[in-house]
Design a binder for this molecule. Sequence first.
Ligand code: NI
Ligand code: MN
Length: 228
Amino acid sequence: MGTKITWLGHSAFKIETGDHTILIDPFLTGNPLAVTKPEDLNPDFILLSHGHGDHVGDTVAIAKRTGALVVGNFEVAGWIGKQGVQNTSSPNTGGTGKYAFGSVQLTLAFHSSSMPDGSYGGSPNGLFITLNNGLKIYHAGDTALYSDMQLVGAKGIDVAIIPIGDFFTMGPEDSIQAIQWLKPRYVLPCHYNTFPPIAQDAAAWANEVNTRTLSNAIVLDPGGAYQF
Ligand code: NI
Ligand code: MN
């Protein structure tokens, strides 16, 4: 049973697997790269890496319309609940939640986190997703390079999604070290080209990945998808 991953622009992804549709960090309204409207998405799960507006995005509206379960750390999921979303799940860093599609462990991420209204967002996270079909997907969230990525890599990663934009997160050069430590079969870039400070040449990055690491770079256009 295959799994289809679609890049929605910035850090937003859609994962379709079995009967389930999972959104990660669905920032569409106000995202200049987005080609998908929030009302066209019908997830049953929404996973959030941290509280910043370019990640929480359209979560509240999509969750209220679809009834999707929103998974985020204690503070993020709590804030989403206060906006009137009934269905939330709030693990915390290092912990794993089990869901109908598989499981999600909240990993470390070195960044900051506050909610769109400025309230406390807890610690930022990456998302280590294990699907029922065995596919292991690591979405790094917003993060700097950190050496414990080697421990994440030791879990075995099929698909890594990592920021390459620089300025707010690690940039292309640090991402190469990250990929060498994570050792994913495939790696997709995110968190670039959305805004002027994070403009990057993804084709040049992919060439570096394919030359200097054992991983295969996959560069999608917004709205583009890859079947794993
Ligand atoms: Ni952020
Ligand atoms: Mn961000």
